[in-house]
Design a protein around this ligand. Structure first.
Ligand code: 2AL
Length: 164
């Protein structure tokens, strides 16, 4: 959708564009309600600040949509397509894949949620390094990192769906 259509479209249509970026109601609703934005940059800036901080419950609900790193999202929803696209650049050797699998398991055991990282523009080695580092975080430290990663993914997706 182009920027001016996003500004002018009915609320439900604008919300439908935002929701696959991150499925957090408050985020979607705050952005929809603040339209019209003066320009695309203002929309993106506001989207980065909206509904901050997210609650842990909101983050956990949004995370349920994200496949593990190394797993291909199934289906033809907008969200699944975005996820496949983000992970498409993460090329890995069997050795790195095995380490990612073990790291994902350790992470889920410790934090009881899927390890989330902005995959776009990251190598498999970088993701593995971040995963191993984040395993040492306390739950409070880690939820702040997850919120930031979710925000980065949402903004990249938003930049992809709102054309200039
Ligand atoms: C993902 C995903 O689907 N896209 C992305 O950037 N990261 N998943 C994940 N577990 O980090």
């Amino acid at each position: 959708m182009d920027f001016s259509s996003f500004n002018d479209s009915p609320a439900a249509e604008a919300a439908a564009v935002l929701r696959p970026c991150v499925d957090i109601d408050r985020w979607v609703e705050e952005i929809v309600a603040l339209r019209p934005f003066a320009n695309r940059g203002e929309l993106i800036d506001f989207a980065g600040r909206a509904a901050a901080p997210w609650t842990t419950a909101e983050i956990d609900a949004a995370l349920a949509h994200h496949p593990r790193i190394g797993e291909r999202a199934a289906g033809n929803s907008a969200e699944a397509g975005m996820s496949r696209n983000e992970q498409s650049g993460v090329v890995r050797s069997a050795e790195v894949q095995a380490a990612l699998d073990a790291g994902n398991r350790a992470y889920e055991e410790k934090f009881d949620r899927v390890f989330l990282i902005r995959a776009a523009d990251r190598s498999a080695e970088d993701i593995l390094e971040q995963l191993q580092k984040r395993l040492h975080n306390s739950p409070d430290e880690e939820i702040a990192v997850v919120a930031q990663q979710l925000r980065e993914i949402a903004i990249l997706r938003l930049e992809g769906v709102i054309e200039a």
